[in-house]
Design a protein around this ligand. Sequence first.
Ligand code: B12
Length: 297
Amino acid sequence: MSVMQRTAKNTALLSSPEVARILGVNVATVKRWTDSGKLDCVKTAGGHRKFSMKQIAAFAKDNQKYAQRLSLVPLEDESNRHLSQIILDADFEALVPIVQEKAIACEQSEVQMILNSAYMVHQDLAILYDDLITPVLHRIGFLWANGEITISEEHLASQVIRDSIVRLQDVVNHAPAQGKSLVLTMSEELHDIAAKMIQHVLEQNGFRVLFSGPQTPVLDTEKIFSSLKPDRVYLSSTYVEDIDGAQSELEELVRLCQVHNAKLYAGGTGLNQLDLTEVSEQIHFLFSFRQTSETCK
Ligand code: B12
C-alpha cells in the first residue's frame, strides 16, 4: 500500500520502509539514524520502529538536504513533488485551490491525504480550519453562486470536505478529557460543517463534546441541559431565514445557559441577521477557530 493510501487511511504511524521511501534513503539508513538519535521514532511492544509525520517533519527541518526530497505523496510526477513541498511549507494559499479542485472532482482520498499530511506536519486543527478548510468552502460557495458549478456539484464537494474533516479525527492527538461542551445549530440550519470544526477543535483541546448537529430544536433543549449538564455551549449560525424564530431560539439559549450556569459562545454569519443588543452581555462572540481554541486555555 502506498504512503498516500496509508496517510489517506489515517494510519498515523509509518513503518521504516515507508519512511525510507519518504526520505529517499534505504531502510538500513533509517535504522542507523534512529539508533543514533538523529531520527526520532516510537517502538511498538514487538520492538518495531514506527514514525509519525511530525517526527519526520522534525528530521526534515534539521536536515535540509533530505527536506528537499521529502515526499509525503508518491513521487511519480512533478506536481506531486510540488504538493508535498507546499504541505511541508504550510503554504495554504497554494493548497486552497488544489483542495477545492480535488473536492469538486470528488477525489476524497486525495483530499484526505492532504489534510492528514498537513495535520501530521503542523499539528494544529484551528490553523487548518481557518486557513485551509474555510477558504476552500468559501470558494466552493462562490463558484456555485456564480453559476460555475451546479448545486449538486456543490453538495458533493462540501460532503467530501465534511467527510475528510470527520475522518481526520482519527489522526488527531486529543488532550485528556476535561469539561463538557454542547455544540449546536438552530432549528432551520442545514450548515453544520463549522459546528463540526468547533467540535474537533474542542476535542483536540481535551473537551468532551455533545454534538447535536444541524437543525437542533433549541426550544426543546431544556432537558438536555438538566440531564447532561454541559458547562459550555457553542452555537454556530451560518444561515437564518425565519428571523423571528431564530431570535426566539437565541434568547431561549441565553436563558438556559444562565439558569444552568453554562458559558455561551456563538459565531457565524447568521448572527448578523439577529438583534443582539439585549443578549450581547451574555454571549462570547467568536470569529475564528483559533479563537475557539483560545477559549479552551
Ligand atoms: C456547504 C454549504 C451548504 C451545504 C451545507 C452542508 C453541511 N453539512 O454543512 C448545503 C448544501 C446543505 C447548503 C444549503 C443551503 N445553503 Co449553503 N453553503 C454552503 C457553503 C458552500 C459552505 C458553508 C460552510 O460550511 N462554510 C464554512 C464555514 C466555516 O464558513 P462560514 O459559514 O463563513 O463560517 C465562518 C464564520 O461564520 C465562522 N463560524 C460559523 N459558525 C461559527 C461558530 C463559532 C462558535 C465560531 C467561532 C465561528 C463560526 O466560521 C467561519 C470562519 O471563517 C457556503 C459558502 C460559504 N461562503 O461559506 C454556502 C452558503 C452558506 N449557503 C447559502 C445558502 C443561500 C444556502 C441555501 C439557502 C441554499 C438553498 N437555496 O437551498 C441552503 C440553506 C439551508 C439552510 N436552511 O441552512 C449562502 C448563505 C447566504 C446568506 N448568508 O444568507 C452561502 C454563503 C452561499 C452563497 N454564496 O450564497 N449549503
